[in-house]
Design a protein around this ligand. Structure first.
Ligand code: SF4
Length: 208
């Protein structure tokens, strides 16, 4: 699946907030948002008035970039959310949260979603005892996610464990330090998803 390989700090500056795309750098004063909190480009510091369309477009772009997706894949998620029972915007966020790369990130086993994606594709994780190397795998209630035995000793995981001590996994994931496994105890509710987004604007964007 294609992914954005360009400079990512520009994306945060375009959206005007931290999207946490670069791991530890995002928590340091080297973060581009801390230094230049205005949109990139020659007219970045000019005053801009957003149209109704632009407001909805920016909200969609923001979520798409947070979860590291391209347009086509994101619109497929939206179409799936629309077919589900319940509120489309919430369904969309819940589906995105349930992606395996996001779960790894939420468990603080990776410093960013892009690192989580790489760790998944490099076969570091098992779900219910079987290796899963598909970042878009959608976890279900009862799934058990574990780190491979050899992977646990790798420097990447050791440093991520250290960095993760000050952050907490969401309530819908139950992490065990002893076994280095996580269980999906429930599906995330909207209140448990801290992504700063007004999902209704995305629904309106696709309904235009
Ligand atoms: Fe965004 Fe992280 Fe770059 Fe800051 S360091 S601008 S949060 S990607």
């Amino acid at each position: 699946m294609a992914r954005n390989l360009g400079p990512v700090c520009r994306l945060c500056r375009r959206e005007g907030l931290k999207l946490f795309l670069k791991g530890e750098r995002c928590y340091s004063d080297k973060c581009a948002i801390e230094r230049r909190n205005y949109p990139p480009g020659a007219h970045g510091q000019a005053r801009t008035r957003f149209s109704e369309f632009a407001i909805r477009l920016r909200e969609k772009q923001k979520v798409k970039r947070i979860y590291g997706m391209m347009e086509r894949q994101f619109s497929e998620y939206f179409a799936k959310a629309e077919r589900m029972d319940g509120i489309t915007g919430e369904n969309l966020l819940v589906l995105l949260e349930r992606r395996l790369d996001n779960v790894v990130y939420r468990l603080n086993l990776a410093s960013s979603r892009s690192q989580a994606r790489q760790l998944v594709t490099h076969r570091h994780f098992r779900v219910n005892g079987r290796i899963v190397n598909v970042p878009s795998y959608v976890v279900k209630v009862g799934d058990v996610i574990e780190i491979g035995e050899r992977s646990k000793k790798s420097p990447v995981f050791q440093s991520n464990f250290e960095a993760a001590k000050s952050r907490h996994a969401p309530e819908w994931l139950e992490w065990s330090d002893e076994s280095a496994t996580a269980k999906v105890t429930s599906l995330p509710s909207r209140e448990q998803i801290d992504t700063p987004v007004d999902e209704q604007l995305i629904v309106e964007y696709y309904s235009r």
